[in-house]
Design a protein around this ligand. Structure first.
Ligand code: FMN
Ligand code: SF4
Length: 481
């Protein structure tokens, strides 16, 4: 099984001329020649599903956003480039190699849903990606490819929740990344704020418009939030057609997926494979197989889906096959966990990540999440007992009660699967005779190139109030609103 290069070129494209020479620009030209509904029909025929984690059918979302447009205020296309899933670096790699395709996909989306502008939301400090984007925007504007559509880059914080689509819109509106109740098709970019420069944080005032959709007198505009890789895929579909897109992948999971392979692997890296490729084949093609002499115990898909045990590594990477084994395709994240690693440490690392990153708007998500992380850390420290295992199981039943976003359910998916699948390892740590082990570092990838991966070590010091103070204040991030 070999790597493919549909959305991820092998090397960075030098400039817009190189992109156009490689066939870029045809998608937006085609899109401008047809009615918007024909664009959405083609995306539907291609069977494109979102690559931001949930795998939602892209055409269904586009139709919903188009149907909820405001007669007064323009819809915005927001490119979700926040990429904070632990073990993931695929969106930032796509942006480094071809920001042009992501921007062209966003322009096609804008035409399809009748949007007036495009915003790319990216984490502050991702200077290489921000530079690539601002240069690409200027080149595309000079070449007339934007056709008058304003395109801006908005930077946001390093919190995991920045990538959750409604929290992303809060950040674009100038507030903290706390998820909303209203989905983006009901409430998009509401506080229309000024840009002093192309790159910078908005400073917004509270919005005074109603939710989008029928029955509202002053409807807010909706927003279309799509992932970087999703939009990069749109270019091929509109340039080459749905049948071409379906030449790779399976009937229910057409196309390709860009995977990030890290952990106990010979060569960490990012690569694109056809959907339907097995986990093992993707690991081998991108990462050169397991580290020598270190058999694989499991593969962790970030903090979004159940870890896959080694016995199931021949599962095809499709939405349906990954769901059938009780896991998920997520963002194509493959963190390879070696046989020597205790899964209690993996559970502790994932639980701490999610508990710290929870905003605390929903009390069970934060409080039960912290209780789960604390109990797992006692087991890692060797001071835990069966009471801690029971406490984890109990808190998992309530952690998602009344949850506003999916983060709380992720605790259930990841920690619950380890509790079920590796119960012997947790039981062994609950005897009172186990020595100390370090929780596994489950954290954001900060760079990945040439076999070198850097994971955010600093996150071990992050407190549940999102500060890096020596002690936790006892408050939740949402208390500061
Ligand atoms: C806690 C949390 C974090 C998320 N982080 C990201 C992210 O970093 N990037 C992303 O594209 N989607 C992220 N998502 C998913 C988005 O909410 C949303 O589903 C996605 O941007 C939709 O785009 P798509 O349909 O193209 O996949 C996250 C979701 C949750 C619940
Ligand atoms: S589920 Fe958790 S992360 Fe999501 S809004 Fe509620 S408290 Fe915040």
């Amino acid at each position: 099984m070999t790597l493919v290069q549909r959305t991820l070129p092998a090397e960075p494209l030098a400039d817009l001329d190189a992109y156009l020479a490689a066939g870029g620009g045809r998608a937006i030209a085609n899109a401008r020649r047809v009615e918007p509904v024909a664009i959405i029909d083609e995306v539907e025929n291609a069977g494109l599903r979102g690559r931001g984690g949930a795998g939602f059918p892209t055409a269904v979302k586009w139709r919903t956003v188009a149907a909820n447009c405001s007669p007064e205020l323009p819809t915005t296309v927001v490119v979700n480039a926040a990429e904070g899933e632990p073990g993931t670096y695929k969106d930032r790699t796509i942006l480094l190699r071809t920001p042009y395709a992501v921007l062209e996909g966003a322009l096609v989306a804008a035409r399809a849903v009748g949007a007036g502008d495009v915003i790319v939301a990216v984490k502050e400090g991702e200077t290489a990606q921000i530079d690539r984007l601002t240069t690409a925007i200027a080149e595309m504007e000079a070449a007339g490819l934007l056709d008058g559509t304003p395109v801006a880059v908005v930077t946001g914080p390093h919190e995991y929740l920045f990538g959750e689509e409604t929290a992303l819109l809060e950040v674009v509106d100038g507030r903290q990344p706390f998820p909303r109740i209203a989905p983006p098709y009901r409430r998009g970019v509401i506080d229309v704020v000024e840009h002093d420069e192309d790159v910078g944080r908005h400073s917004g005032a509270p919005g005074h418009v109603e939710l989008a959709g029928p029955g509202h007198e002053t409807p807010a505009p909706p927003a279309l939030v799509d992932n970087v890789e999703t939009l990069a895929n749109v270019v091929g579909i509109i340039a080459e057609g749905a049948d071409w897109f379906r030449q790779l992948g399976t009937d229910r999971s057409p196309g390709t997926i860009v995977c990030t392979v890290t952990g106990d692997i010979a060569h960490p890296g990012v690569g694109e494979v056809a959907l339907g490729t097995t986990i093992r084949e993707a690991m081998d093609a991108i990462g050169g197989g397991a580290s020598p002499g270190r058999p694989i115990k499991a593969v962790l898909g970030g903090v979004s889906a159940a870890p896959v045990p080694a016995a199931l590594l021949d599962t095809p990477l499709t939405w349906e096959d990954m769901a059938a084994i009780g896991s998920g395709l997520g963002t194509g994240t493959l963190i390879v966990v070696g046989e020597a690693t205790d899964m209690t440490a993996v559970a502790a690392g994932a639980a701490r990540f999610l508990a710290v990153e929870s905003c605390g708007q929903c009390t069970p998500c934060k409080a039960d999440g912290l209780a789960i992380a604390d109990a797992l850390e006692r087991l890692c420290a060797g001071s835990g007992s069966t009471r801690d295992v029971d406490a984890v199981a109990k808190a998992l039943t309530t952690v998602a009660d009344g949850a506003r976003c999916n983060l709380a359910s992720q605790q259930q998916a990841v920690v619950g699967a380890i509790l079920d699948g590796w119960s012997d390892e947790l039981a062994a740590r609950a005897t009172g005779r186990a020595g100390r082990i370090e929780p596994y570092l489950v954290a954001e990838v900060t760079s990945l190139a040439d076999d070198e991966v850097t994971v955010d070590e600093g996150r071990r010091a992050k407190q549940p109030d999102w500060s890096y103070d020596r002690d936790w204040s006892g408050s939740f991030p949402a208390d500061s609103r």
